[in-house]
Design a protein around this ligand. Structure first.
Ligand code: PCA
Length: 210
C-alpha cells in the first residue's frame, strides 16, 4: 500500500497555536485513504526538525512526504516549489538556535525542487474553492530547512515524492482569515489526493514576477 508521511509544526515565536500542526492532527483523525497515512508534529528547531523528519523517513519509507508549516500572512495554501541550502534565521528557533548564512547541509546542492505536483495541487485546490498559489520561496527558517532535508533524504529514492506546503493563519487565530482550521485540514487531504493520482505534474501556466 502507498504510504504518505504528513507533518506539521508546534507553535513558535511566542504564538500559542500553529495551524499546520492542528490541521495535521485533524487530517489524521479524518483520513480514510487511499494511502496509509503517518503523521507527526515536528519541533520548530533546525536540528530537531531535520533529525525527526529524517528518522521518520528512514523508519517508515514513505512514498510521499508532505511537510507543512505556518506562513501566517499568506493569502491561502502555498505549495513550495523549491528549498534552498540556506539557514538564515531572523529569530531564534524554539531551542534558541539562530544560524546566520549557514548551509542547511554543507556540500549539498544549492537547491532542490519539490517533487510534489505543485501545479496540479494548486489547480485542484482552486477548483475546490480553496485559495492557493505556488510559492517560490519557503523562506530561510526552519520550514525551508526541513523541506531541504526531506528532498535531500529522498533525492536518491526513485518514485518517492516530497515537498512542503505552507498554510496561513486560520479563523481560530484571525477572525477575518479566509480559511478555518477544518478548511486547512480538508485542503491537506486534497493535496495528498492530488499527489497520489498525479505521478507527473500537469503543465499549467503559472509562475510569478516575485
Ligand atoms: N513556520 C516556520 C517554522 C515553523 C512553521 O510553522 C517557517 O516557515 O519556517
Amino acid at each position: 500500500m502507498t504510504r504518505a508521511l504528513v507533518t506539521g509544526f508546534v507553535p513558535f515565536a511566542g504564538d500559542t497555536a500553529n495551524p499546520s500542526g492542528d490541521a495535521v492532527r485533524l487530517l489524521a483523525a479524518s483520513w480514510t485513504g487511499p494511502a496509509e497515512l503517518i503523521t507527526a508534529i515536528l519541533p520548530v528547531s533546525f536540528d530537531g526538525a531535520a533529525a525527526a523528519l529524517r528518522s521518520l523517513i528512514d523508519e517508515h519509507r514513505p512514498d510521499v512526504v508532505v511537510a507543512t508549516g505556518l506562513a501566517g500572512d499568506r493569502e491561502g495554501i502555498t505549495p513550495e516549489r523549491v528549498a534552498v541550502n540556506l539557514a538564515d534565521a531572523r529569530i531564534p528557533d524554539n531551542d534558541g538556535a539562530q544560524p546566520v548564512d549557514a548551509a542547511s547541509i554543507p556540500g549539498a546542492p544549492a537547491a532542490f525542487f519539490a517533487t510534489l505536483p505543485v501545479k496540479a495541487i494548486v489547480a485542484d485546490l482552486r477548483a475546490a474553492g480553496v485559495p492557493a498559489s505556488v510559492s517560490h520561496s519557503a523562506g530561510t527558517f526552519v520550514c525551508n530547512h526541513a523541506m531541504f532535508h526531506a528532498l535531500h533524504a529522498t533525492a536518491q529514492e526513485p518514485g518517492v515524492r516530497a515537498g512542503f506546503v505552507h498554510v496561513p493563519w486560520t479563523t481560530q487565530q484571525r477572525p477575518d482569515a479566509a480559511l478555518s482550521i477544518e478548511d486547512v485540514a480538508r485542503a491537506l487531504a486534497l493535496v495528498l489526493e492530488t499527489t497520489l493520482r498525479t505521478p507527473v505534474d500537469r503543465i499549467l501556466v503559472g509562475g510569478a514576477l516575485s
